[in-house]
Design a binder for this molecule. Structure first.
Ligand code: BG6
Length: 299
């Protein structure tokens, strides 16, 4: 591990901005911009912390998350790819293999405006080919500054077309779920995954007081996640046709071994996705990008 870290820091480290460290036997990037700090594991290109200088930590990370090679980390921003949700083949794990796969670093740079950019990549290997028989390149471009952008770029490197569904599965940290309201979804159609019904959001704000698992048709004007302690997060989603809102509430929290029983009180997932309403059809040689930017405003 120490040789790997030395080589990563030599080729991709940026003094005072990007440092590679070992954590739980995994490689983690610590990234510093003028206005924020980020932590990201190479496994899954998984961001686990986004701390804004004024607003504090914005992401929820389970205090009992598993950190182990090949295991998805509970919390932060897992990436669901090349499929979102359950696969029709029940032997294949929910949300695809990207979140369990080891990414490589492709590029790091300090931008002129003080932001820091990191590009991570995953390509087909023996394991992915045994699950999903396509040659691909998945790039994850992360830009950290006053806001945080995560972009997923799928490239078809095969000689046959393939389909992708995907999500930037963001877990937000809350003081208290009872004080959360999500704006921007009024009038939006959604599929309720719990009741298996198509519904329409009647209320101006989406508030959560029970188990919630919905796939909304993405609204045109973005959504606002209203934090309960005066922090407002604007979510700008590009090329996403769906927004997933998930909170496991009491019963489901208790059934997950990497999730504290009372964890549902302090988190909500709001995910930019391409799922249910549209699959991405990628012809050989083509690419598709989905992007989510978290913009922070203090009230
Ligand atoms: C959400 C799904 O995106 O992720 C839920 O809509 C699912 O149905 C949740 O339970 C968590 O999934 P996982 O595989 O990380 O436990």
């Amino acid at each position: 591990m120490s040789g790997t870290l030395e080589s990563l820091n030599k080729h991709f480290g940026l003094s005072g901005k990007i440092n590679f460290v070992e954590d739980h036997n995994l490689v983690k990037l610590e990234v510093l911009s003028q206005s924020s700090r980020l932590e990201c594991y190479l496994q899954g290109a998984h961001i686990t912390s986004f701390k804004h200088n004024k607003a504090g930590e914005l992401l929820w990370l389970s205090p009992i998350a598993n950190f182990a090679q090949g295991k998805a980390i509970r919390g932060g921003i897992p990436l669901c790819w090349p499929w979102f949700g359950k696969h029709s083949d029940a032997s294949l794990q929910q949300h695809g293999f990207a979140r369990n796969s080891l990414f490589e670093v492709s590029k790091t740079s300090a931008l002129d405006n003080g932001d820091v950019e990191i590009v991570l990549r995953l390509t087909a290997n023996e394991t992915t080919l045994s699950i999903w028989p396509y040659q691909f390149l998945l790039e994850v471009s992360i830009t950290l500054g006053e806001s945080l952008s995560v972009e997923l770029i799928s490239h078809n490197k095969d000689d046959k077309p393939f389909f992708v569904t995907e999500a930037i599965h963001s877990y937000f940290k809350l003081d208290d779920i009872s004080r959360l309201s999500i704006g921007g979804l009024e009038g939006a159609k959604y599929y309720d995954q719990l009741s298996d019904k198509e519904c329409v959001q009647a209320e101006v704000n989406c508030c959560i007081n029970q188990e919630t698992d919905r796939i909304y048709q993405a609204p045109e004007n973005g959504i606002q996640l209203l934090h309960n302690d005066g922090v407002k997060i604007g979510l700008v989603q590009e090329n996403a046709n769906a927004v997933v809102v998930w909170n496991p509430w009491v019963g489901k929290s208790a059934s997950m071994n990497d999730f504290p029983d009372s964890g549902y009180k302090n988190m909500v997932c709001v995910e930019a996705a391409n799922a249910r309403y549209k699959v991405i059809n990628l012809a050989p040689g083509s690419r598709h990008s989905i992007k989510q930017t978290l913009q922070i405003a203090l009230e």
